[in-house]
Design a protein around this ligand. Structure first.
Ligand code: ACO
Length: 334
């Protein structure tokens, strides 16, 4: 019999401290305003960690997802951890999470580095691992600590105002008989735009890992060509959503809920309008989370469940775009 996979449970974690735009407004070196941030991005607040690491947040989100799936940690066969802001350069966060969740049980752990598309890449892989019979139950988790690595000056304000910290997790497991589970995915990358949204230093590509001059120049902070990213994000998200719909024989009208990556509310409004998806089918969280990168889509799933918008057997479109450039979409039955 053909194996199918579905999402069995989701969980999220946001640090306690919510940072409203008005708090960023108080940082004189940033020269930003609540009005500018809300108008251009739709963001009102984001959360920042206090003492938590990305792995700590992932642990809490994973525990919640495992519980929602009516499972225990012993049921998890494999970890996929997506993040662009790992606790350490190496080893990856997956290993640290394995220790926190499983201790002496040596569950395999894979780190995925696909930025805002990280969760979609991970979900696609988890689907394949379950369908192939390699594993029965895979933990897919995204977590980001952005706040410790942002440039709180005018130079970095475009990027700084959009990012927030948080974690989201999903348990991917075998779909029961009669449930159609995950239908299909589309994943893409276009590396010629790598430097349009990147963190250049430290690196192993040039002569030095990082120099004092690099640090003084702020080259260890993320840099983004916002307008270019915006333009590509809307075009590619529409394209890949249509690709997945065509591949699975579905239409926009069949979709019950749409969960976009949350980088800018304007991107999502434009993408929904280009896809002809009515606003009431879209759940956004960016207003109070900012862009939590790989954690975003599972956080959106949690919020959609909380709002009662995501129900058993609903057809859900997930779609995102980010650094790389990378982008993707997944279509699945809830
Ligand atoms: N506060 C006040 N002014 C600002 C800020 C700020 N936070 N940021 C930029 N500005 C100023 C600029 O300096 C510029 O001023 P000038 O006209 O005097 O030169 C003006 O606002 C316009 O700047 P733009 O960068 O052109 O502003 P834009 O309307 O494009 O908005 C934004 C910037 C919000 C970043 C937008 O371009 C965007 O959302 N881009 C896409 C982001 C995205 O999708 N990222 C992908 C995911 S992230 C990931 O994968 C890691």
């Amino acid at each position: 019999m053909t194996r199918k996979s579905r999402i069995l449970g989701v969980g999220m974690y946001l640090p306690e401290r919510s940072v409203p735009n008005t708090e960023l407004e108080q940082i004189k070196s940033m020269e930003t305003s609540d009005e500018w941030i809300q108008q251009r991005t739709g963001i009102q607040a984001r959360h920042y960690v206090s003492t938590e690491t990305g792995t700590d947040m992932a642990y809490h989100a994973s525990k919640a997802a495992i519980e929602r799936a009516n499972l225990t940690a012993d049921d998890i066969d494999f970890i996929i951890f997506a993040t662009l802001s790992p606790d350490h350069y190496f080893p990856g966060n997956g290993c640290f999470l394995q220790d926190q969740l499983f201790g002496d049980r040596p569950v395999g752990a894979l780190d995925v580095r696909n930025q805002c598309s990280g969760f979609l890449y991970s979900l696609t892989l988890a689907d394949s691992l379950v369908k192939s019979g390699q594993y029965n139950t895979v933990l897919v988790v995204g977590a980001e600590v952005h706040s410790r690595g942002l440039d709180y000056t005018k130079k970095g304000r475009d990027v700084t105002v959009i990012f927030g910290d948080g974690a989201g997790a999903a348990i991917v497991g075998l779909a029961p008989d009669g449930h159609q589970g995950m239908l299909g995915h589309g994943l893409h990358s276009e590396g010629k735009y790598a430097s349009a949204l990147w963190l250049e230093y430290p690196n192993n590509a040039y002569d030095f890992f990082i120099t004092h001059e690099n640090l003084d120049a702020g080259l260890h902070y993320p840099k983004m060509q916002g307008r270019l990213v915006f333009k590509h994000a809307t075009r590619r998200m529409v394209e890949v959503s249509n690709e997945v719909l065509t591949k699975t024989g579905k239409t926009v009208d069949d979709i019950d809920v749409v969960l976009f990556h949350q980088a800018n509310l304007r991107i999502n409004q434009m993408t929904a309008s280009m896809l002809k998806v009515p606003e009431e089918k879209v759940v956004n969280t960016i207003q109070w989370t900012g862009n939590t990168t790989a954690a975003t889509i599972p956080i959106c799933m949690c919020e959609a469940v909380r709002q009662g918008k995501l129900k058993e057997n609903d057809l859900v479109l997930l779609c995102g775009f980010g650094a790389g450039f990378t982008w993707g979409a997944s279509l699945l039955y809830w």
